[in-house]
Design a protein around this ligand. Sequence first.
Ligand SMILES: Cc1ncc(COP(=O)(O)O)c(C=O)c1O
Length: 449
Amino acid sequence: MADPPHRRRAHASSSDLERYAGLFAARTQVMRSSAMRDLMAVTARPDVISLAGGLPDTSTFPAQTFAAQMTRIAQESTAEALQYGPTEGFRETVDCIVEVMGAEGMLPDPEDVIVTTGGQQAIDLLCKTLVDPGDAVICEAPTYPGAIPVFCSYQADTIQIECDDDGMRIEELEAALARLDGEGRRPKFIYSVPTFQNPAGVTMSLERRRRLVELARSRELLVIEDNPYGLLRFGGESVPPLYQLDGGDFVIYIGTFSKILSPGIRLGWAVAPPPVMEKVVLGKQASDLCTSTLTQYFVREYFGAGRWSDYVESVSGIYRSRRDAMIEALGRHFPPQATWTEPEGGLFIWATLPEYIDTGDLLAKALRRDVAFVPGQAAYVDGRGRSSMRLNFSGSGEDEIREGIRRIGKTIAEQVELYGALTGEHPAVPEQPAEEAPNVVPFRKAEGE
Ligand SMILES: Cc1ncc(COP(=O)(O)O)c(C=O)c1O
């Protein structure tokens, strides 16, 4: 049989846009694209070293384990694994979630858990449940870049609170709450990634965690704790999650299997008090009926083997070496005026350059050298973050990281020199080695958030 003819569409013309524009919902006017998704087209090229994505290194997962578990599912439960499942998720998946949360000292009631299509869907469902257009939501500055498009699509008024090395500044949060009080407004929630934050890599101190939880309890405010990275610790002392400090009355928790197992299985979860959960379940029914049965079966098999935490430990070791390689390379190739965070876990370093460097422009120049990062502006709703960048160290090998940082450093050095030529000031620039590092072959072809 002949292939059906394909309709080939050129890029939308202005008359195309006009034809559809009258049909769009008002919310589409404030929808924003994710910076990482936008970068995908360029970073998918095999010659580009991307320090932009948020990818765990899935090449570390043993292929035989994957094959054996999927084969067992096929042999023992093909019909069930290919079927729809309950909206809340399977009880067996929830048991795995309780085990993962237990490893960080949390004891959620299984009835309070919903299995979601990644942590990303949990953010979306919570916004769908809680946010009306114009409602205030509070988050960190910078915040998880993938949360911003969600806040925007629910037309939230997003207020960002500065972070430092100890996480969100609670006195600034108190001032923002007082301002909102003065306007007769109450934020719908405070969203935080308190541990090895995406994008800054910083961890909220115990003292600030206690103050945040006290504030939430005394003012009856909801906190959403998003914690994909807590188990990826490779230095320092562990700090209790906000959920543990609060006991789950005012802290809603979001977790994910993406960084401790695989983002491709698209399995995350939310834990919320029953009245909130009831609405979240309705929202999920409307959105996708249920999370993938097949990948929930995979998680059940995988956890059944009892070695999930060995894998987490092994990837943490790999990421520790990559972080060290990145920090060493930053010291060697970035100018002395630059600063960067030194995370004790997670996937990201946040670097800040002299303020006359715009990292959006810098990215365009860096891409000509086949290297990418996320410009800091992607982590703010209001254009701040122009001289910062997010650098990922989990998705690339150590040689690639060194070479990527060297190329970015060279691009920065040119900017610094140009600034010197234009202003007559001559800031110090580290000497850039002339040689390209040999045989650096990027292996990553997608972009996570
Ligand atoms: C803070 C944070 N929340 C949520 C997500 C979404 O992850 P997923 O949907 O893969 O679980 C990410 C991914 O990078 C993240 O960093």
